[in-house]
Design a protein. Structure first.
Length: 354
């Protein structure tokens, strides 16, 4: 057996640390008494890379198992577009859902079918029909529109949550949206995701639900962006109460378009204006005096109308749409499906988006 020794036994060499195998000059090799080079003291085995999301996944699994409230999240979507991933798709959806102990919003379950035949859902029934709704560069997978509308009737038009997957280019996102039906219109809000992801997913779902032919509702992501901007513009302007004035009831400022909106009694007007004039108005002891001195008399003032439901103001003759609005959470203990679905969620909680 080779025995480590000092390198001075080898002509021209210095000393070595037998424990580290390094010379004073940083060499990586040491020599045995027989003069043969021993193996380098270097670990060449691949080192495992820490998963930055592992703590989040572990925390969510623990919350799903024990917490009284678990917030919704968005995750990477399942990879397969075929039927073979149904179990994984639903389990990941359960893992992304919002869970509450004794109150919450109904969730579109994995067994909502008219016949209630036996199948592979968490309670042993046939699974809810899912469907792909495809556009040119975007695709949405969710329970079928007919199933969603039937479920909405079952909860008397109340607010409920549905699982959704969206594909766009290399983006693959899975999460939940909260929906409420208002006649032919739907309020849709993404849950547990950033503003951009929420806008993309909620707008896609809304367009599909409101279209007369859902299978052709989607076209492109650019079209969804235009629909989103159009819808936001149609919501009108929310005016804030003005303190200290019996004349001016409310005011709002649009910095992008340089406009001041004022509510005076039952009348509403929009004036050209800047931030300085708006701040002077809402902070003045006498807002009416500032209005008369700075704003009133502008020939370009536009008369507006208001909505009796959401109380926002908007241009006369423009199609108005109230902002997304949902009902209060339902006070009810968790049922059998909720308990089984949450248990399945703790097995596959979903990988959160970064």
């Amino acid at each position: 057996m080779s025995t480590p020794t000092r390198l001075k036994d080898v002509p021209g060499a210095g000393t070595i640390n037998p424990r580290t195998g390094r010379t004073k000059s940083g060499g990586e090799y040491y020599f045995g008494r027989d003069g043969g080079a021993a193996a380098p003291q270097v670990n060449l085995a691949p080192q495992p890379t820490a998963d930055p999301l592992a703590p989040k996944i572990a925390d969510r699994k623990d919350a799903l198992a024990h917490a009284s409230f678990v917030a919704a999240q968005a995750s990477n979507g399942t990879a397969s577009r075929g039927k073979e991933n149904r179990a994984e798709w639903w389990e990941r959806s359960f893992g992304n859902a919002e869970w509450r102990e004794n109150a919450g919003y109904p969730k579109m379950p994995d067994d909502f079918t008219p016949g209630g035949h036996s199948g592979e859902s968490v309670v042993g029934h046939r699974r809810t029909s899912r469907r792909w709704y495809n556009g040119k560069d975007v695709a949405v997978r969710m329970p079928s529109v007919s199933a969603i509308k039937r479920f909405s009737r079952g909860v008397d038009g109340g607010t409920f949550d549905i699982p959704v997957q969206v594909l766009h280019g290399t983006e693959n996102m899975q999460g939940w949206v909260r929906v409420t039906q208002h006649g032919p219109q739907w309020s849709v809000t993404g849950l547990g995701m950033n503003a951009a992801d929420s806008a993309r997913m909620s707008e896609a779902v809304r367009v599909i639900l409101e279209h007369r032919t859902p299978t052709v509702a989607l076209t492109t992501v650019d079209a969804l962006r235009q629909e989103y901007r159009k819808r936001v513009a149609s919501e009108g302007t929310r005016v804030e109460a003005v303190v200290g004035s019996t004349f001016i009831k409310g005011a709002a400022f649009d910095a992008k378009n340089g406009q001041i909106t004022l509510s005076m009694g039952k009348y509403h007007y929009r004036y050209p204006g800047n931030a300085d004039a708006y701040q002077e108005l809402i902070t003045a002891r006498s807002p009416g005096h500032v209005f008369n001195a700075v704003i009133r008399g502008n020939a370009r003032a536009e008369k507006l109308t208001s909505c009796d439901t959401c109380h926002r103001v908007f241009s006369v003759g423009v199609e108005h749409r109230c902002p997304a609005r949902h009902n209060k959470a339902v006070e009810a203990p968790a049922g059998v499906w909720d308990r089984l679905a949450r248990r399945a969620a703790s097995v596959r909680p979903g990988r959160p988006r970064k």
